[in-house]
Design a protein around this ligand. Structure first.
Ligand code: FAD
Length: 452
């Protein structure tokens, strides 16, 4: 069997690994149009902050390592079209200026996405950057140490924008974060928690400018100098746009069923509308667990890898279904760590769900444990259906790492647990780790009291 995999980031990598594991004698051809195999944007902040020193380390796999396992690896090689009837793809080898067609038995696509640009005057000025992929990582890193860059404006206060803001603030730059939404990280946390993080960012010279739309970029000598919003003008030597992504699927428009946003329609087996073609990752939608399967664009490496594995299995004839997901994610913002999953009060209307939430605070460990020994306040917010008491989401924040609670809540959502289940679930206690009542127990118990 000959399997062609397109795209070498999370989804493509996982698909290749799965086919290798399940069918070692399969012929695998792996294509990446960029000049670098398997760069992981998730590691960008660590690189920008100097934790990871070499940009080339931010990857899963090297061409040599994969070739040693029998995979034919092609970088700087683009798949420009697919003939689904003939089971063939058109290959453009940019490195050698050559073109050819390749036959496949199974084709797995993980073309991912590129950062969206803002359709406003001045968006073509120099020093307007994006934060995704190795090329941008290298350019951004140069700017962190560039003395000419003093004022940085980040457009978009999602987790990518906040990662960029923190990296540049740590590099000593004055950072402003602009977003149309009324709060920083509004899709990830509710107000009680974003208030804490916004204060933390302001203490590190990051100015929050929420509730503002970008009108234009202005500049001198073709280089950006200002960002103009509908409320203010901000000086900018560098702008980083992190306002969302567009799937890399134009080349598939006449071959596969795409939705209105260009996302590839797939079934629960990651199969597309064409025979023997699978698709995974940011160019596809996932099914949202709290609403029993609403199709949602949740661009996370976790989803891409899960889907890549499912696609790989199905491609080699092992039936597997992608489970619903809750969109669990985590981030640190200076001294705080937060994580969230499922529905928040701030996103409930988007899913058309009626919710109620309960916020509890506690200490990470029993009160007798001194703060310097790892005790700190924890905020935990649980969101549920007030009628059925089904758990729909949660958020956690602390200077300690309490983020793993969110993985537990993700599982609770997936298996449809209720407040009654969670209130008395058996969680361990040891003063070196936590408290006799885990904060998830406490939140569920308080929620039941709140419901009366
Ligand atoms: P992509 O990563 O977009 O990769 C697609 C690849 O396919 C690219 O290399 C592209 O060049 C190649 N390609 C496209 N079309 C073709 C073609 N026609 N021919 C050949 N090659 C092609 N997610 C998390 O879960 N946790 C995190 O902490 C996290 N942090 C992130 C931080 C940043 C700064 C960013 C930008 C993203 C982060 N993500 C994180 C999201 C995660 O990176 C994406 O969800 C993931 O990369 C999606 O993988 P993918 O395989 O779908 O696509």
């Amino acid at each position: 069997m000959k399997v062609i995999v397109v795209g070498s980031s999370h989804g493509g990598y996982e698909a290749v690994r799965e086919v290798l594991a399940d069918q070692p004698d399969a012929e695998i051809q792996w294509y990446e149009k960029g000049d670098f195999l398997s760069f992981l944007s998730c590691g960008m902040q660590l690189y920008l902050e100097g934790v990871v020193k070499n940009v080339n380390d931010v990857r899963y796999a090297t061409p040599a390592g994969m070739r040693a396992q029998g995979v034919s690896v092609f970088t700087e090689t683009e798949i420009s079209s697919v003939d689904a009837k003939k089971h063939s793809v058109h290959v453009i080898d940019h490195a050698h200026n050559k073109e050819r067609d390749e036959q496949y038995d199974k084709l797995i696509l993980s073309p991912g996405a590129t950062p969206a640009t803002l359709p406003v005057p001045g968006n073509d000025l120099k020093n307007i950057y994006a934060m995704r992929g190795r090329d941008w990582a290298i350019k951004l890193k140069q700017r962190t140490v560039d003395p000419d860059i003093q004022n940085v404006v980040v457009v978009g206060a999602g987790y990518i924008g906040i990662e960029a803001a923190e990296a540049f603030a740590k590099a000593g730059k004055h950072v402003t974060v602009v977003d149309m939404l009324p709060r920083m990280l509004a899709k990830y946390l509710d107000e009680e928690l974003t208030d804490i993080l916004t204060k933390e960012m302001e203490e590190h010279d990051i100015k929050a400018a929420p509730g503002q739309g970008i009108k234009s970029f202005s500049g001198q000598n073709d280089t950006v100098t200002e960002v103009v919003t509908d409320q203010a003008t901000y000086p900018a030597d560098l702008v980083i746009v992190a306002t969302g992504i567009k799937p890399n699927t134009k080349w598939l428009a006449n071959v596969l069923d795409l939705d209105d946003h260009g996302m590839i329609n797939v079934d629960d087996h990651q199969k597309t509308s064409a025979d023997d073609i699978y698709a995974v990752g940011d160019a596809t939608l996932v099914k949202f667990a709290p609403t029993d399967g609403t199709k949602s664009p949740i661009a996370l490496a976790t989803n891409a890898r899960r889907q890549g594995r499912i696609a790989g299995k199905n491609a080699v004839g092992i039936e597997a279904k992608t489970p619903f997901v809750s969109g669990s994610s985590a981030l640190s913002v200076f001294k705080y760590n937060f994580a969230s999953t499922g529905i928040k009060e701030g996103t409930a209307s988007q899913y058309g769900v009626k919710t109620k939430s309960t916020l509890v605070t506690d200490t990470f460990r029993p009160p007798f444990v001194p703060e310097e020994n790892g005790n700190a306040k924890v905020w935990f917010k649980l969101t549920y259906d007030p009628q059925t008491t089904r758990i729909l989401g949660a958020q956690v924040l602390s200077t300690q790492d309490a983020t793993q609670n969110i993985n537990t809540i993700s599982l609770a959502i997936q298996v449809k647990l209720t407040l009654e289940d969670l209130a008395y679930t058996d969680f361990f206690f040891q003063p070196g780790f936590d408290r006799p009542w885990n904060i998830m127990n406490l939140a569920a118990q308080q929620a039941l009291r709140d419901l009366g």
